[in-house]
Write a protein that binds this ligand. Structure first.
Ligand code: PLP
Length: 448
């Protein structure tokens, strides 16, 4: 494709290096340039409107023109546009938000630490866990176990926690001391004759064996998303988390629930930990915390984590960690208002109700020759595509092809290999879910 000279597409291709994009393809084809958003839709610079079937990056829970968030941002900008929390400084929005989050926690938590992105939050968690192990006089207890296909971000540590080849290949990652155990995706990883329950037991046994092989005293923590998002929306078997937690408890290993996608309603309950009966020591939060109207993230920790860290910082005199932009008053004010909107408008309940309709519609498509599996929980789902015999599309490219058709038909989805992800804003209505499903159906028909 030749880009029109001086068009936004050509200027973008000339000056802007994108995330998660083939750089050479972008130089040639340019980007999709978005101009505005309303409700569950966004509009490009040619006036074409799309259902944002991924809520941006699994994140714009309240939709694309929530005036209340704009108003609190403007008010906070006018009052105190910036302050930090270094050296014992604070401000109203962050105090209110910390108190609110601790109050919302599904298991007892004692403190909130603020960061700017999910990656930074997970990076910081690992640093604090290392600090804690040193404080406890266990300097060898530093390894972290994550999972194949888990997604935890892209900084050097969080990309190491991530269990996807694209985030390791050519980056010399993962770092030593970060290990990956079995992905709990029964449809792909289950063995012939194995029930889902037996598969969950095997995942727990694999974890146990890894801990034994590495030495239980060297493992500090296990990290997992309640439902894997970017790894292809992997919903674990019903008893998976119970069995994993039994293993962790045996060896005194901390559990980090990465709620960056699941948190604040996505799985049909306020937190993914509630949906799956997880009792974490640490919870990572971002995305729907501010509905991505501001780069903002945080994690909560319980006393088991916090107390040794506080003792150590008292001994050393300072906790030598923090980010200039973290605990930002504008981000905190937006997040507080966003949480109020989620609660007042019953968006968690709406995600559960609309999610059931969306998943039923996607399940109904499993009769289509291209669909291998339909999976999901709450308002997050995926269709796993599988090319039928005779179709000449290489493995791994079917998702991108179908996502392209859907885009032409006015729906933004996310291709993850041959899986197509759906995670629309939580304000979606039944009529809009049906519209989304119609586009999925029509696009599948176009390829079969
Ligand atoms: N953790 C999970 C579960 C995520 O899905 C993501 C991003 O998609 C991250 C962490 C990283 O967040 P960020 O992109 O804000 O660094």
């Amino acid at each position: 494709m030749t880009l029109r000279p001086n068009s936004p597409e050509a200027r973008d291709a000339a000056y802007h290096m994108h995330s998660y994009t083939n750089a050479r393809a972008l130089e040639k084809d340019g980007p999709l340039v978005l101009e505005s958003g309303e409700g569950i839709r966004v509009t490009d610079n040619n006036g074409k409107s799309y259902i944002e079937g991924m809520a941006g990056l699994w994140s714009v829970g309240v939709g694309f023109n929530e005036k209340r968030l704009v108003d609190v941002a403007a008010a906070q900008m006018s009052k105190l546009p910036y302050y930090h929390n270094f050296t014992a400084r604070s401000h109203g929005p962050v105090i209110d938000l910390a108190e609110k989050l601790i109050g919302m926690a599904p298991v007892p938590m004692s403190k909130v630490f603020f960061t700017n992105s999910g990656s930074e939050a997970n990076d910081t968690i690992v640093k604090l866990i290392w600090y804690r192990s040193n404080a406890l006089g266990k300097p060898e207890k530093k390894k972290i176990i994550s999972r194949n296909r888990g997604y935890h971000g892209v900084t050097i540590v969080s990309a190491s926690l991530t269990g996807l080849p694209n985030n390791h290949r050519s980056f010399d990652l993962p770092l030593p001391g970060i290990l990956h155990t079995t992905c709990p995706h029964y449809w792909k990883e289950g063995q012939e004759g194995e029930t889902e329950e037996q598969f969950a037991s095997r995942c727990a046994a694999d974890l146990d064996a890894m801990i034994q092989a590495e030495g239980p005293d060297t493992i500090a923590a296990f990290i997992g998303e309640p439902v894997m998002g970017a790894g292809g929306v992997v919903v674990p078997p019903a008893t998976y988390w119970e069995k994993i937690q039994e293993v962790l408890a045996k060896y005194d290993i901390l559990l980090i629930a990465d709620e960056v996608i699941c948190g604040f309603g996505r799985t049909g309950k306020m937190f993914g930990t509630e949906t799956f009966g997880i009792k974490p020591d640490i919870m990572t939060m971002s995305k729907q915390l501010s509905s991505s109207y501001f780069p903002f993230s945080a994690f909560m920790m319980n006393d088991r984590v916090y107390q040794p860290i506080a003792d150590e910082s008292d001994k050393i005199g300072v906790l030598g960690h923090g980010y200039t932009g973290a605990a930002h008053p504008v981000g905190a004010a937006i997040s507080l208002e966003n949480l109020k909107i989620i609660e007042e408008r019953g968006l968690v309940e709406n995600a559960a109700a609309m999610g059931a309709i969306m998943r039923k519609g996607l399940d109904d498509l499993t009769g289509n020759a291209l669909v291998g599996e339909s999976r999901g929980v709450g308002l997050i789902a995926a269709l796993e595509l599988a090319a039928p015999e005779g179709m000449e599309i290489p493995v791994g490219q079917l998702g991108a092809k179908m996502s392209g058709y859907m885009m032409e038909n006015g729906l933004i989805s996310r291709a993850m290999g041959d899986a197509l992800g759906f995670c629309p804003p939580m304000i979606i209505t039944e009529a809009e879910v049906k519209e989304l499903l119609d586009i999925v159906g029509t696009s599948l028909d176009a390829l079969t």
